[in-house]
Design a protein around this ligand. Structure first.
Ligand code: ADP
Length: 151
């Protein structure tokens, strides 16, 4: 069984993440969206909200699982028999950043990182821009799946 972990903060999930997960479903038997918990980081949405937004986006899609984890992504992969890490690439900055992480992960464990290129129409979307729009009371609804709603 080919399993991939898609690690990230997903604060919140955006249409960019959504597109990557949708396309990964065709490549893997299971896609585990894994929300990394970092005690030092401040998030806009709670872990429960971030998990719920993703679960609701993929309700009825049995290949997608949503979990949280602490520690190294490669350790999570090895504990859960996952051979692939999935990441999205938007631009050269993403590439440089992701390259260093992927090389480090390969030093730590025999796990391949698989990159999917962002869809053209979601390439400009990031969770940090979405958070800025929300903070400033702008219309964020075109940037995120319908499950992401601010109370
Ligand atoms: P992190 O905290 O690791 O930066 P994110 O939740 O921001 O987590 O992103 C998780 C993954 O999703 C990363 O591989 C990132 O490059 C990818 N990603 C984020 N936004 C997009 C997008 N618009 N298109 C494609 N991939 C994206």
């Amino acid at each position: 069984m080919k399993k991939a972990v898609f690690p990230g903060s997903f604060d919140p999930i955006t249409l960019g993440h959504y597109d990557i997960i949708k396309r990964a479903i065709k490549l893997f038997d299971e896609v585990i969206v894994a929300i990394g918990v970092n005690a030092d980081k401040k998030y806009m949405f709670t872990l429960e909200e971030r998990m719920r937004f993703i679960e609701e986006s993929f309700a009825g899609e049995p290949k997608v699982k949503v979990v949280s984890y602490e520690g190294l992504t490669v350790d999570f992969c090895q504990k859960n028999n996952v051979d692939f890490i999935l990441r999205g690439l938007r631009n050269p900055a993403d590439f440089e950043f992701e390259k260093a992480i992927a090389h480090t992960n390969r030093d730590l464990a025999p796990i391949e990182t698989v990159f999917l290129l962002t869809a053209a129409n979601t390439s400009y979307i990031s969770s940090s821009i979405v958070r800025d729009v929300i903070r400033n009371h702008g219309d964020y609804t075109k940037l995120v799946p319908i499950s992401v709603r601010v109370k």
